[in-house]
Structures are given as C-alpha cells and as structure tokens.
Design a protein around this ligand. Structure first.
Ligand code: BG6
Ligand code: MG
Length: 217
C-alpha cells in the first residue's frame, strides 16, 4: 500500500524538549532524595506526565498519595515550562525544515502525534502551529504511548489507514505505539535503544523523504 501520511512525535523529533523533560524530572527526583540517570530517562521518553512520575517514584522506592503526586507533577511541569519558555524557532532540530519541505513536495499528509499536554504551546513557540494537517496531543487522547491511540487517531483524522502511515519517533514507548498501530516506524536515535523500529537514523537531518518512502515499500 503506498504511503500517504507521515506522523511525527514532537519532543525529541521536531524539537529538543526531551532534555528539558529530563532536567525537570531530575530536579524533582533530587528534591525527593534520589537521582535518575540518562539511561533510566530512556524509559520516560514518550510516556505521559503521570506515568513518568509513577516510574520515577518506583525507581526511588517511594509510594505517595494521589494528592501529593498531583502536586509533584504540577511542580515538574512548572519547571519544564520555565525551561521551554525561552525556546523559539532556533530550537527546531536540524533537518526538520528541509524534511518538511520534501514532505509537502511529495504530497504527503502530516499529523503530530504527541502525548504532551504542552504540545500546542511548544508548536506556537517554535512557529510550527500550522505545519501539520492534524494535531493529536495529550489533550485529545485517553491512553498514552505505548498505546497506539495517539497515532491511530492521527491516521483517522487524516482519513488514511495505518498501513499508509509512517511514524517518526525518538522514544522506545513511541516506537512500540507505532508498531502496535500497524505502521512503519522510523526510529530517530540509537539502533541499540530503538530495537523495534523498522528503520533507525540519528535524526531527520540524516534522512530524505525519498529514502523513507523507498524503505517503507
Ligand atoms: C512526551 C515526552 O512527548 O510528552 C515525555 O516525551 C512527557 O517526556 C510527555 O512526559 C508528557 O508531556 P507533558 O508536556 O504533558 O508533561
Ligand atoms: Mg519523543
């Protein structure tokens, strides 16, 4: 089936907010009396805010009441928003602009597939609010990655079938979501981490649309 649409994760694919999520969670863990490593952080990528907090608390051996957890998640989000408030279009990852112009020329549809509740704000900050035909974010889904909902909803909104979609993801949970959704998945990062991806490249900068379409045939 020919590919008709490309579905993009946001954090770590379009813009390097992954580092800010990590810094804010690390600060929270440190205040709670333990640390999280970059290796541990791989598990958090693509995972919703509350699911991330649960993983962090389990890592630190803590079990807290719901009210306290909501407070901690809000604190992390406040620190995260402070870090992203300084972002602008210079923070768009290398290769994104060129890749998107190739996507348009090829006549492909595009959707954002992010579990972040801050996605609209980030897109606005980097001037990409109008870059997608559909935007599915954390405010529109009930199940976070690795559940495929964020991508299957994107495909539905674009009126294409999953087999006609390619997903671009930097996270283990996101790659799994795309595969469970029945899509061809391009992992952006390390092949030793993104083992379930159909194709892995270091970033969009290392890929052309033509190459992706050929590999997904
Ligand atoms: C994902 C990030 O895009 O969004 C995760 O990869 C983050 O690290 C998740 O936890 C939820 O984001 P937010 O902005 O709603 O806290
Ligand atoms: Mg990501």
């Amino acid at each position: 089936m020919p590919i008709k649409a490309f579905l993009f994760d946001l954090d770590g694919v379009i813009v390097d907010t992954a580092i800010y999520h990590y810094q804010a969670w690390k600060r929270l863990a440190n205040e709670l009396g333990f640390d999280i490593s970059e290796e541990f952080n791989e598990q958090l990528k693509g995972v919703s805010r509350m699911d991330s907090l649960d993983l962090i608390l389990a890592h630190g051996g803590l079990s807290l009441p719901e009210e306290k957890k909501n407070e901690l998640a809000a604190q992390k989000n406040q620190w995260y928003l402070e870090l992203v408030s300084r972002m602008n279009s210079d923070d768009i990852l290398p290769g994104v602009a060129t890749f998107f112009s190739q996507v348009r020329k090829a006549g492909l549809k595009t959707a954002l597939g992010s579990v972040s509740k801050n996605a609209a704000l980030i897109l606005d900050r980097i001037g990409m609010s109008n870059a997608f035909d559909a935007i599915i974010d954390g405010t529109k889904i009930s199940k976070g990655k690795p559940d495929p909902e964020v991508f299957t909803k994107g495909a539905a909104e674009l009126e294409v079938s999953p087999a006609e979609c390619v997903v671009f993801e930097d996270a283990v949970a996101g790659v799994e979501a795309g595969k469970r959704g029945g899509m061809f998945v391009v992992g952006l990062g390390s092949p030793s981490v993104l083992t379930q991806a159909d194709l892995v490249a270091p970033s969009l900068n290392a890929l052309t649309v033509e190459e992706v379409l050929k590999k997904s045939e």
